[in-house]
Write a protein that binds this ligand. Structure first.
Ligand SMILES: [Zn+2]
Length: 169
């Protein structure tokens, strides 16, 4: 089922998600729906707050549905180490058509649970590193515009306000 993606400035995007404690069929249905929703939006990552669910859950697939092994489910994720820096353009399904450069770590190691509650650790670099950081930010209630320079953020917010006024957001 394709879920509705909430857009800025929906308050759910600014709220830290609740930890997940029950690894049941309902959770796995939400995971499946989030993948479907992410593919529909041609995204490579989607966090539960972006579908209005304030929980610490996110899905990633850098292949956008082409390579089954690329599907990643991160529940109660945390970054346990970081290395280096990256400054690349990012987009976000909750900010349609907005693309801006954001400062990130070049490599991160994450720890998370899968949809059955099993803990795992994983390294990510380049795009995967950025994706981990962008989506883990979402479950912390952090949106990528707040990782931009103040100047860029002001320009983006002005553009969004204009789109909202014109009924185009
Ligand atoms: Zn996002």
């Amino acid at each position: 089922m394709i879920l509705t993606i909430v857009k800025y400035p929906d308050p759910v995007l600014a709220r830290p998600g609740e930890p997940i404690t029950e690894f049941n069929a309902e959770l796995r249905k939400l995971v499946a729906d989030m993948f479907e929703t992410m593919y529909d939006g041609q995204g490579i990552g989607l966090a539960a707050p972006q579908v209005g669910v304030s929980k610490r859950l996110l899905v990633i697939d850098l292949s956008v549905g082409k390579v089954p092994e690329d599907k990643l489910v991160l529940i109660n994720p945390e970054i346990i180490s970081t290395q280096g820096k990256l400054y690349e353009e990012e987009g976000c399904l909750s900010f349609p058509d907005i693309r801006e450069k954001v400062q990130r770590h070049a490599k991160v190691r994450i720890r998370a649970q899968d949809e059955y509650g099993k803990w795992f650790e994983m390294d990510g670099e380049d795009v995967l590193s950025r994706c981990f950081q962008h989506e883990i930010d979402h479950v912390d209630g952090m949106q990528f515009i707040f990782r931009m320079s103040a100047l860029k953020r002001d320009l983006v917010l002005r553009k969004i306000r204009k789109l909202i006024r014109n009924g185009e957001w």
